[in-house]
Write a protein that binds this ligand. Structure first.
Ligand code: GLA
Length: 422
């Protein structure tokens, strides 16, 4: 068969052509470049780090980022496993005549490369933020039409993590747009964690495993335990509302090493009570969500620091099986979540959703613990497990009923090891 070569001039010049190409993807989608893949091995356990947005919004500069890196080391967060220092929206200045993006010269006068060198010098990694649309949510230049150029720029700066937002993307197809950025990162050649942030709108869990390492599943977190905030068109969800989206929607089968349901950045240390903060941290750990902190690390209290660095709770989150917990019991305001862990162990979380105290009288022998998805089960009539309370450090075993009082909005989080024969 003969192929006919037709040469023709582009009908649209430069950017207009790209905009048309981007619009095309609306109708035809995109399989991306067949050679391109996301970088594997970057997020075999949920990423841990910090992000500027929850506490500082657009009020950021290079000093904050440097001091946050310093604090991450000094407070023991780095030793506890946190490694990414992520700059969110509003770091941008303008694009130059060649389309290259530059940071805001007033807030980041030394440039992002110098900041990356500083952060790397502390043994940490630097993350940055962009948006699939023409502008970011904060109205700064987005990456639409500049994906390959921006990814190249980030790589040249030494960026390790890219969060990619979804504001101002009318008519764009999310899978296609995020695949374009994945391909751009692959082409830039520097391993960068790719964090998809389109708030669960196009069910990213169904397609994003091949595209990124984590994907937001819900609207933005709002700094409260059990509330919802809906100004205008946007919505912010409190801790329990985000949990419910995960526990109910059965998203857990999509999560695993290298691909995580992202429940959003943490609000621990931003004003909830200590019990609520402990519960928030425990829930994120149980659900194998990325642990990206959202408080001011430079001024946090000792109690916040202890919550964020609890080694037992972090170990549950970072367990190498990478299984997201399932809700195994809902008894009024009292719920129980179970997370199978490596080596036949389990984590169990009793959650008191209510603002009243609740009593736990848990007879282990009355309930077989089953996770069908992972083909794991325990019958406590036949096996005795030791438990240790990851917050209070108390220990016990499953041969006796578990009796405890839970304060309002608090959790009891246990690691179960065993089994021994009764
Ligand atoms: C969106 C994201 C947030 C944050 C802001 C920045 O709302 O979901 O996490 O990045 O944009 O403008």
């Amino acid at each position: 068969m003969k192929t006919k070569h037709v040469t023709h001039k582009p009908l649209l010049p430069g950017k207009a052509m790209m905009a048309a190409a981007a619009a095309f993807t609306v109708f035809f989608g995109s399989a991306g470049n067949s050679w391109a893949q996301k970088f594997e091995g970057l997020a075999d356990t949920p990423p841990m780090g910090w992000n500027s947005w929850n506490k500082f919004a657009c009020d950021i500069d290079e000093r904050l980022i440097r001091e946050t890196a310093d604090a991450m080391v000094k407070t023991g967060l780095k030793d506890a496993g946190y490694q990414y220092v992520n700059i969110d929206d509003c770091w941008h200045g303008q694009r130059d005549a060649n389309g290259n993006i530059h940071p805001d010269p007033k807030r980041f006068p030394s440039g992002i490369k110098a900041l990356a060198d500083y952060v790397h010098g502390k043994g940490l990694k630097l993350g940055i933020y962009s948006d699939a649309g023409d502008t970011t949510c904060g109205g700064r230049p987005g990456s639409r039409g500049y994906e390959y150029q921006d990814a190249r720029t980030y790589a040249s700066w030494g960026i390790d993590y890219v969060k990619y937002d979804w504001c101002n993307t009318p008519l764009l197809n999310a899978e296609a747009a995020y695949t374009t950025m994945r391909d751009a990162i692959a082409k830039a050649g520097r391993p960068m964690v790719f964090s998809i942030c389109e708030w669960g709108m196009s069910k990213p869990w169904e397609w994003a495993g091949k595209v990124g390492h984590l994907w937001r599943t819900t609207p933005d977190i709002y700094n409260c335990f059990d509330c919802q905030f809906s100004p205008g068109l946007s919505t912010g969800l409190g801790v329990l509302r985000i949990l419910d989206k995960h526990a109910d929607a059965n998203l857990r089968k999509f999560a695993g090493p290298g691909r995580w349901n992202d429940m959003d950045m943490l609000e621990v240390g931003n004003g909830m009570s200590e019990d609520q903060d402990r519960a928030h941290m425990s829930i994120w750990a149980m659900m194998a969500s990325p642990l990206i902190l959202g408080n001011d690390l430079r001024t946090m209290s000792e109690s916040t620091r202890r919550i964020l660095t609890n080694p037992g709770v972090i170990a549950v989150n970072q367990d190498k099986l990478g299984v997201q917990a399932l809700r195994v019991l809902a008894d009024g305001p009292l719920e129980v979540y179970a997370k199978p862990l490596d080596g036949g162990q389990w984590a169990l979380m009793f959650l008191n959703r209510s603002n009243q105290p609740a009593d736990i009288h848990h007879d282990w022998k009355k309930q077989v613990l089953i996770d069908d998805l992972n083909q794991r089960s325990v019958d406590f009539k036949e096996n005795v497990y030791q438990w240790s309370d990851l917050w209070s450090k108390k220990t016990g075993d499953t041969s006796r009923k578990l009796e405890a009082k839970l304060a309002p909005h608090s959790v009891l989080m246990l690691r179960l090891t065993g089994p021994a024969k009764p």
